[in-house]
Design a protein. Structure first.
Length: 322
């Protein structure tokens, strides 16, 4: 203890200076201002995000399945459309009467009630003689008009096939065919009526060279004109906004060989180019209660690999449809 006192007495000045130095260092440290937190930088929009600046011809981001795509769309195409279009309820009574009439003529007819479609497969004679290619179209149209399946002004198309077992193979020369397919495009309110199911045509019949109707597929199309409702169409800006949000639906995709197939996965598509915009009514929706108009976008899909295919995209056209 005596030694410690002796040590402190001799070196008190040095110890005092050391204490002062430590005190100054502590004061300097705690007096240092705290640096402000740097603001978080917001990421700048990239070219893959949709632009909100609408132009007559521009690119818009289309997001389906969480992926942004590029869609080229000409807004000027929308100038041809009216401000409103009619929505037509389905006449259940008329469909029941139509079904009874077909059963009277054709006998057993399969009826798919959820989509109001009839399917006939058998033999019904339209002519009691051999017929030529030129006769087939007229015979089918005359009979289907009588049955109320098509109108007199419905536009038919005819294609020839040869029978190979249960398979029908298209022939280059329809006059040499064994079977002809006669299809009809219907209209409603001045616009085409299309099918949303695999059956592309609203009404399609098959007739052989003996004048026998051997197959018939048709939707019982009965709009109630007395209860139609006029509803405003979506604006072009609204349509583009919905396309950006991925609300469009692929209707048909066609490869380079002209074959239809299921829509591709979105993550392998780079962009979509729309060459034409039109309006059409659709039929064949399960438990459908009304005939409603849709925008129909025709164009091409471009894969990440550079390959392209034709495609048709549809979107509900009236403001009351999401």
């Amino acid at each position: 203890m005596k030694n410690l006192k002796k040590f402190l007495k001799k070196r008190w000045f040095i110890i005092f200076l050391a204490i002062i130095a430590v005190a100054l260092l502590l004061i300097k440290f705690f007096a240092k201002p705290i640096a402000p937190v740097a603001p978080i930088k917001q990421p700048k929009p990239t070219s893959s995000q949709p632009s909100k600046i609408y132009k007559p011809i521009s690119e818009f981001g289309l997001m389906i399945g969480g992926e942004y795509l590029t869609i080229n769309l000409n807004q000027n195409n929308f100038a041809q459309f009216p401000k409103t279009l009619s929505v037509f309820p389905i006449s259940i009574k008329s469909i029941a009467a139509e079904k009874a009439l077909l059963a009277k003529y054709l006998g057993r007819v399969n009826f798919i009630s959820t989509i109001n479609q009839i399917v006939f497969s058998g033999k019904y004679s339209l002519a009691n003689k051999k017929i030529a290619y030129q006769d087939a179209e007229a015979l089918v149209q005359e009979k289907l008009t009588l049955w109320g399946l098509v109108d007199q002004d419905s536009i038919p198309t005819i294609k020839g096939y040869s029978a190979f077992g249960l398979e029908l193979l298209p022939v280059a020369d329809s006059s040499s065919a064994q079977i002809w397919k006669v299809a009809f495009e219907q209209q409603i309110n001045g616009y085409p009526l299309k099918s949303l199911s695999i059956q592309e045509n609203i009404t399609e019949a098959q007739i052989n060279t003996s004048g026998q109707l051997i197959n018939l597929v048709s939707y019982l199309f009965e709009p109630d004109e007395t209860k139609k409702t006029d509803i405003p169409l979506k604006t072009s800006d609204k349509v583009i906004e919905e396309l950006e949000q991925g609300q469009g639906e692929f209707f048909i995709t066609i490869n380079s060989q002209g074959e239809q197939f299921s829509p591709p996965l979105m993550n392998i598509i780079k962009s979509i180019t729309v060459d034409d915009v039109s309006l059409a009514y659709f039929i064949g929706v399960k438990n459908q209660q009304e005939y409603r108009p849709f925008f129909v976008f025709r164009g091409n899909l471009f894969y990440q690999t550079g390959e392209s295919i034709q495609a048709i995209l549809i979107l509900p056209a009236t403001e009351d449809q999401p």
